[in-house]
Design a protein around this ligand. Structure first.
Ligand code: FES
Length: 114
């Protein structure tokens, strides 16, 4: 058993629970690892594209999205940025860069080169 192969790096552990968020760095890049409530692992840049809040500290998982609690922009597992108002209307916002990731052999892996 092993990882997904050459070009992939183990960045986290499968013990990360649904709704969990962790900050980490990879080659000087600040990243967050988070898991949606349905169990999808995600790896993304750590800084909110709005005003740069660090999502390991200011983020919260809401269903299948990572919410920046500073001004409530929210990001899908694919990194699409949205803001939702109190009546449920959703407007497109800036995206969060995500890294290809898979879960394998008890770990969460990101692709560092193709
Ligand atoms: S800094 Fe994240 S929503 Fe404003």
């Amino acid at each position: 058993m092993g990882g997904p192969g050459e070009g992939w790096v183990r960045i986290g552990d499968s013990s990360l629970p649904a709704g969990g968020i962790l900050g980490t760095t990879l080659a000087d890049e600040d990243l967050v690892i988070w898991r949606s409530m349905a169990g999808t692992p995600c790896v993304a840049e750590a800084r909110c594209p709005h005003q740069w809040s660090h999502l390991a500290g200011e983020g919260a998982v809401d269903g299948e999205e990572l919410v920046c609690l500073t001004h409530l922009w929210r990001f899908t597992v694919d990194g699409e940025g949205w803001k939702e108002n109190v009546s449920g209307r959703r407007d497109r916002k800036g995206d969060l860069a995500v890294k290809p990731c898979v879960e394998r052999d008890g770990g969460i892996w990101v692709q560092v080169r193709g």
